[in-house]
Design a protein around this ligand. Sequence first.
Ligand SMILES: C=C(O[C@@H]1C=C(C(=O)O)C=C[C@H]1O)C(=O)O
Length: 103
Amino acid sequence: MSESTPQQRLERLRSSIDNIDAALVHMLAERFRCTQEVGILKAENEMPASDPSREARQIARLRSLAEDAHLDPEFAEKWFNFVVAEVIRHHTEAAATVVDGEE
Ligand SMILES: C=C(O[C@@H]1C=C(C(=O)O)C=C[C@H]1O)C(=O)O
């Protein structure tokens, strides 16, 4: 008796993929909740939206983690830069909102 049909295997794998995608969405939502708070803290204290030296350290760490996990480090860095670009956009908006509120 075969263990499962190709269709059953595909469905089982897709079910895991759906769970992983859901976890990623929840983790990203948590990350953005934190970064929104950082954005307000920075705006209220006139700190710059971006911190390139922190980003460089994060990229080095993530690339090393990716290598250990057999994930393409280039992909890990691209993913990080994509997310950070959105964070900086939020921080810039937060800074503009705080400045508007002061006027
Ligand atoms: C969240 C911060 O602001 C920016 C966003 C970062 C991030 O999303 O990890 C890292 C550095 C900053 O450019 C921070 O300074 O910690």
